[in-house]
Write a protein that binds this ligand. Structure first.
Ligand code: UD1
Ligand code: MG
Length: 487
């Protein structure tokens, strides 16, 4: 008895992708937040298939490892030799002998495919009670692709590969996207009858359509409304083209939800990112991984955020952040580098030429200029002077520095960790702080200043400096003259 709602997904990913000229298997190339195969698996995910089989071959181990990470429910099945797409599906079916109902087959290199389109293909297929249904599209340039050959009544007759096509068939612009729905039981039977009598000497999955047609089994075609969804990836030029298309799609969808994207052509947002309403993304900005941008935040220009959370109303300008948390209304940059576990509380500021790592910066606290803050906790409403270094590394281990609330540390300080500066404490400019500073104290840790009077006139006579010093001496003894010099 057939169980029409049982579904199995098979993704074909055993090929090498020669034209990529890469050590990385083609399906593992990244594209705005997912690998090529990651995109395909996520388009198939809403089908909630009982089983997902991925046919692996070229560099199978690498593909398996990736699948374990992104799709642990998927079963990799090894196709030792790539003898064709029909052979690949045959091997996949051997791994799931119990599979009945609808079998969805997807090429692993069609990353722009939408989940809605896969669902619509399956609806067409199940609605028609077809033995096989192919996703087709009219494309401007069908070169290299299989063509959909229809009869006079518009019914699918066969799918023919370009290299096996007649000149007339080559003129067809309706192509096979490499995405199909099959009745599993009938496909199993038909695959047993495939020949490899074609230009490549391979078992073509596409040949089952002709077999079904001649056996009088119903086949169907589902035409994709947006042909870009069916684009495959064969080389790096195509990969870049897909990246641009996906960029535009992602940007457009965020703009439709109320995000301002000032320059969509230079804004690259991974499909895994979230951007809330009224955020403004300025030009040359990349938002990657699990990054979240809060409502009304301003990000850009020239910003890269990886796995970083930006709070509501925060601003991040010309900066790079990885694994950071930027609190609401906090301000970052221009020219800041936030490394993992940098945590800025509400209204905190990390300014220009500042690097942070494993650093918590409390509410309203500021590190405005030219500093390194590593392995540190800074309390609330404190100010760190310009050109400060949190000296966290003794050459062997990292140590922590703690600065309290409402502290004011001087410019050009070194905090030699482990060390603590108490609440409300001050430190003098140029200090090397090696011992704890109690709350409310002023720490001064620098040499006393000594002026050697007249040194330049004695040791550097005749220089412009000595001349200037001499004039200053004369003016000092003639207050009227000094006033007439101006500044
Ligand atoms: C295939 C279709 C073609 C369609 C095109 C869409 C066939 C015979 N042709 O052609 O009609 O227009 O896709 O992109 O199916 N693979 C395996 N094992 C193999 C062979 C291929 O896993 O033995 C995988 C590849 O890794 C790839 C997919 O199947 O992900 C398609 O294979 P590919 O060689 O790219 O087929 P095309 O020639 O592009
Ligand atoms: Mg291909």
């Amino acid at each position: 008895m057939s169980q029409p709602h049982l579904r199995t997904v098979v993704v074909l990913a055993a090929g090498e992708g020669k034209r990529m000229k890469s050590a990385l298997p083609k399906v593992l190339h990244p594209l705005l937040g997912r690998t090529l195969i990651g995109h395909v698996l996520s388009a198939a995910a809403p089908l909630a298939a009982e089983r997902t089989v991925v046919v692996v071959g070229h560099r199978a181990e690498q593909v398996r490892e990736h699948l374990a990470e992104v799709a642990p429910q998927a079963t990799p099945v090894l196709q030792e030799q790539q003898l064709g797409t029909g052979h690949a599906v045959r091997i996949a079916l051997e791994a799931v002998p119990e599979a009945t109902g609808t079998l969805v087959v997807l090429n692993g290199d069609v990353p722009l495919l939408r989940a809605e389109t896969v669902a619509a293909l399956v609806d067409t297929h199940e609605g028609a009670g077809a033995a096989a249904t192919v996703l087709a599209a009219e494309v401007p340039d069908p070169a290299g692709l299989g063509r959909i050959v229809r009869d006079d009544a518009g019914q699918l007759e066969r799918i023919v590969e370009e290299r096996d096509a007649t000149p007339e068939q080559r003129g067809l612009r309706e192509i096979n996207a490499g995405i199909y729905a099959f009745d599993a039981a009938r496909l199993r039977e038909a695959l047993g009858k495939l020949s490899s009598d074609n230009d490549q000497g391979e078992e073509y999955l596409t040949d089952v359509f002709e077999l079904f047609v001649s056996a009088g089994e119903p086949v169907a075609v589902h035409v994709a409304g947006d042909h870009t969804e069916t684009l495959g990836c064969n080389d790096r030029v195509e990969l870049a083209g897909l990246r641009r298309l996906l960029r535009d799609r992602v940007n457009e969808s965020w703009m439709r939800t109320g995000v301002t994207v000032l320059d969509p052509a230079t804004t690259w947002i991974d499909v895994t990112v979230t951007v809330e309403r009224d955020a403004v993304i300025d030009q040359n900005t990349q938002l990657q991984g699990t990054t979240v941008v809060g409502a009304g935040a301003l990000v850009g220009p020239d910003v890269t955020l990886v796995d970083t959370a930006v709070g509501e109303g925060a601003s991040v300008v010309r900066s790079h952040a990885v694994g950071a948390e930027i609190g609401p209304q906090a301000s970052v940059g221009p020219y800041a580098y936030l490394r993992p576990e940098s945590r800025l509380a509400r209204k905190a500021k990390v300014g220009t030429f500042v690097e942070t790592k494993k650093a918590t910066i409390g509410e309203g606290s500021k590190v405005p200029h030219l500093s390194y803050v590593g392995d540190a906790t800074i309390g609330a409403q404190s100010n760190i002077g310009a050109a400060t270094v949190f000296v966290n590394y003794d050459g062997v281990r990292k140590h922590h520095t703690t600065i309290g609330n409402h502290a004011r540390t001087g410019a050009d300080n070194m905090f030699v960790a482990p060390v603590k500066v108490g609440d409300g404490a001050y430190t003098a400019a140029g200090s090397v702080i090696i011992a704890d500073v109690p709350p409310g104290a002023m720490a001064v840790a620098r040499g006393e200043q000594r002026n050697v009077e007249g040194w330049v006139l004695r040791k550097r006579p005749g220089t412009p400096a000595a001349e200037a010093a001499r004039r200053a001496g004369e003016n000092a003894s003639d207050p009227a003259g000094a006033a007439s010099e101006g500044d």
